[in-house]
Design a protein around this ligand. Structure first.
Ligand SMILES: C[C@](O)(CO)[C@H](O)COP(=O)(O)OP(=O)(O)OC[C@H]1O[C@@H](n2ccc(N)nc2=O)[C@H](O)[C@@H]1O
Ligand SMILES: Nc1ncnc2c1ncn2[C@@H]1O[C@H](COP(=O)(O)OP(=O)(O)OP(=O)(O)O)[C@@H](O)[C@H]1O
Length: 303
């Protein structure tokens, strides 16, 4: 039976004018190759997207509103600092400056992804708001201008807006699609300790690490074991559970385990969806207070 809160949430989505999935972002590899004078780090990252994530419902309304529900909503406030509200206001300001309408809108966020966990939940939400409002407001904004707004919201927002497997360079905004990156069966795991991205970058011992280099065709998968996440060592020093988590996932038969983004989420690659589902179930039994989620990532091949 649905509780009253769950019924209300179901209504938000069934009645919404636009529903957007905000998929988890996974950095299959993340090399830190330099630093800009403004302190931002230069990256080379193989990025893909899960089939699970947050969900957003958007509808025209008499006045602006923003509501939250879902398993991780308690970690967030529905205030002006939320990336959902910041994305709405950024697009609205741009449209109004360019003589276009941006009428009030009701937005509801179902927060399914752990917060500050290296899988870009906030960035995915911001990107989903930009996409949803573009539809609702029928705005006239070029792809280039939208990409600039996305980047102003966060280094990960342009890749989440693009939503396709990519090699991300620059500070994450320079995107090269990877049409040969196949769909992968993963288990995502998180010890439910939030990690601050700037703190992990600040603890990085070396800012100039070997780059990924040029790879094309089906070379990506055989290359992955040779790649790294340069943020994994500083994140593991701060959050020792990352080491345990990675070993636990490997112990369930993962072909490869690695941390995503600035952590603490780690992923394991499994041979099939069935193997990933079973591993996630065993991991939940081993660590009932941690987060484990099987997922199948999207493929890079055009639909
Ligand atoms: C680690 C990644 O998740 C990899 O995809 C991203 O680079 C982080 O992207 P994000 O969370 O959207 O980052 P932002 O919100 O733009 O930046 C948060 C902070 O992370 C650091 N930061 C972020 C991105 C980057 N290329 N270099 C950095 O040094 C900066 O201290 C910045 O103040
Ligand atoms: N809608 C939102 N969802 C998640 N975090 C948000 C949101 N709005 C603001 N934030 C803030 O943004 C910060 C980063 O959260 P997020 O979940 O995007 O981190 P992350 O997964 O580590 O991201 P990344 O992989 O991009 O570094 C947190 O401190 C959080 O309080």
């Amino acid at each position: 039976m649905l509780t009253r809160a769950a019924t209300h949430e179901a209504d938000e989505f069934s009645r919404a004018a636009v529903v957007e999935l905000a998929p988890a972002k996974i950095n299959l590899a993340l090399h830190v190759v330099g630093q800009r004078p403004d302190g931002y780090h230069l990256l080379e990252s193989v990025v893909t997207f899960a089939d699970i994530g947050d969900r957003l419902a958007l509808s025209p309304s008499a006045e602006d509103s923003f509501g939250l529900s879902g398993p991780f909503s308690a970690s967030l406030r529905a205030d002006a600092g939320n990336l959902v509200v910041r994305a709405r206001e950024m697009l609205r300001s741009w449209l109004q400056e360019h003589g276009q309408d941006a009428p009030p809108v009701a937005i509801h966020l179902e927060k399914n992804l752990p917060v500050a966990s290296g899988i870009g939940g906030g960035s995915a939400d911001a990107a989903a708001v930009l996409k949803g409002l573009a539809q609702l407001w029928d705005d006239k904004i070029t792809d280039r201008e939208m990409a600039a707004l996305a980047l102003a919201l966060g280094a990960d927002v342009p890749m989440c807006f693009a939503g396709i497997p990519s090699l991300a360079r620059g500070i994450g905004e320079d995107l090269l699609p990877l049409p040969d990156l196949p769909s992968l069966h993963l288990v995502l795991g998180n010890p439910l300790r939030s990690v601050s991205t700037p703190e992990i970058f600040a603890r990085l011992a070396c800012k100039q690490n070997p780059p990924i280099g040029n790879i094309s065709g089906d070379g990506w998968i055989s290359l992955l074991p040779h790649l790294r996440n340069d943020l994994q060592a500083p994140a593991s020093a701060l959050v020792p559970e990352i080491g345990d988590l990675s070993e636990l996932i490997a112990g369930e038969g993962a072909l490869l385990t690695r941390m995503s983004g600035s952590g603490a989420t780690c992923f394991g690659i499994f041979s099939s969806r069935g193997a990933a589902d079973e591993a996630a179930e065993r991991l939940r039994a081993l660590r009932p207070n941690w987060y484990f989620q099987p997922t199948t990532t999207i493929s890079g091949a055009p639909a």
